[in-house]
Design a protein around this ligand. Structure first.
Ligand SMILES: NC(=O)C1=CN([C@@H]2O[C@H](COP(=O)(O)OP(=O)(O)OC[C@H]3O[C@@H](n4cnc5c(N)ncnc54)[C@H](OP(=O)(O)O)[C@@H]3O)[C@@H](O)[C@H]2O)C=CC1
Ligand SMILES: CC(=O)[C@@H](O)[C@H](O)COP(=O)(O)O
Ligand SMILES: [Mn+2]
Length: 380
């Protein structure tokens, strides 16, 4: 029996993880968590009977404690609660389905406690990859990618050594505004940006897909996961999201992973440590599909990608600044406080004013995040 704890069980990845677990007799959920959605957390406690539930919001944690007093589930709150969930003795694997940089400390705590990590939270590797990858090696835990592109690369590699990689080809849908030019993006609304052409996901990543920031974050995530420099990572627009990513090896062979736009496959593959099991989902129908097409990303219009590549090449604390500025800007866009294109201006201005710190530790990264938030709050 594989015992699973989930950071962010109420979100898009979290609920799909529970769906996968519910269909397998050898998977069991022992811990779940949310930021504030205690209604859904209560329903999950009653359905899955975990031992522990953590709620980011302390007040909501107290409310949940009263609601589930008749169950055997212990409720904990705040960052300490998330850390407790990440390290809980009863789990074998921690799924990081939480959104944003708040995932860094619990992920590190999970690794230190010897848990394998099924990693969905890309912001963690983008900002703290230089700490997380060596720590995972030291603690002998596996980082199993959940993000569809990275799972595709992991599957395409099939155990092959990373020194045999010539290049990684990370595919992108292009988002809801693919083909549009800058002038056409000036007045796009939140509702338009939330209409992803292929995937149903949480709000933050859906906006990141529209700006191509998501692809930038994924390039950085791939660099850390597979030890490949960004210069050897190419982004290819594949509008149907059928090819989830590819690896070109040193002999010129290209291996790809194809599938429907269903995150339950990469989630299940990670939960089983890179082994295949039956999955009762929709299958690709090539006759109906007819064609799979490719384009180059429009880096002039969708500046999220080149800005991310620049941040990654500068390195040190710059990816943290890129990521924190984006998190703040996306939050403001979702609240309709800024326009779509302002997201790029905010990221670029914040990067321009930053003096790079080499190899920032966790405290520096989290302080920097707050500094960036304050700086943007004061200016916009
Ligand atoms: N959705 C997808 O298909 C994919 C997502 N990812 C990555 O996975 C991560 C999760 O994405 P997604 O599932 O879409 O996001 P969602 O917004 O759907 O879910 C986020 C989860 O994090 C919890 N959370 C948010 N803030 C806090 C907080 N302050 N403290 C504790 N918990 C918190 C939420 O709780 P609550 O419900 O209470 O707010 C929720 O459970 C992201 O990093 C994303 O980039 C990667 C590939 C694909
Ligand atoms: C499902 C998943 O992994 C997302 O990251 C997805 O790839 C987003 O699509 P884009 O290619 O539009 O960013
Ligand atoms: Mn992805």
């Amino acid at each position: 029996m594989k015992k699973i704890a989930i950071l962010g069980s109420t979100g898009s990845i979290g609920t799909q993880t529970l769906d996968v677990i519910s269909k397998k007799e050898d998977l069991e959920v022992v811990g779940i968590s949310a930021g504030s959605n205690i209604e859904m957390l209560e329903a999950q406690i009653r359905r899955f009977h975990p031992l522990l539930a953590a709620v980011g919001d302390e007040k909501k944690a107290q409310e949940l404690k009263i609601k589930v007093a008749d169950t055997n589930c212990r409720v904990v709150g705040g960052m300490d609660g998330l850390l407790e969930l990440a390290q809980m003795e009863e789990s074998d694997i921690l799924v990081t389905a939480i959104v944003g940089m708040i995932g860094i400390r619990p992920t590190i705590a999970g690794i230190e406690a010897g848990k394998d990590i099924a990693l969905a939270n890309k912001e963690t590797l983008v900002t703290a990859g230089h700490l997380i990858i060596p720590l995972a090696k030291k603690c002998k835990v596996r980082i199993l990618p959940v993000d569809s592109e990275h799972s595709a690369i992991f599957q395409a590699l099939n155990g092959e050594e990373s020194r045999r990689i010539h290049k990684l080809l990370v595919t992108a849908s292009g988002g809801p505004f693919r083909g549009k030019k800058r002038e056409e993006l000036e007045n796009v609304q939140v509702e338009d940006a939330l209409k992803h052409p292929n995937w149903s996901m949480g709000q933050k990543i859906t906006i990141d897909s529209a700006t191509l920031v998501n692809k930038g974050l994924e390039v950085m995530e791939a660099k850390w996961l597979f030890g490949v420099p960004v210069e050897q990572i190419q982004v290819v627009v594949q509008p149907q999201s059928v090819i989830h990513s590819m690896v070109e090896f040193e002999d010129g062979a290209v291996m790809a992973q194809l599938g429907t736009a269903d995150m339950r496959l990469p989630i299940q593959y990670a939960l089983y440590g890179g082994e295949r099991r039956f999955l009762d989902g929709e299958r690709l129908d090539f006759a109906a599909l007819k064609s799979i097409t490719f384009e180059e990303p429009d880096m002039k219009t969708f500046r999220g990608l080149p800005l991310a590549i620049k941040a990654s090449k500068i390195g040190g604390s710059m990816p943290t600044v890129f990521n924190a500025a984006n998190e703040k800007a996306v939050g403001m866009f979702l609240k309709k406080q800024i326009r779509f294109l302002d997201i790029y201006s905010i990221i670029e201005e914040t990067m321009q004013t930053h003096t790079v710190i080499e190899r920032p530790d966790v405290e520096t990264i989290t302080e920097l995040e707050q500094d960036v938030y304050r700086q943007i709050g004061g200016r916009w």
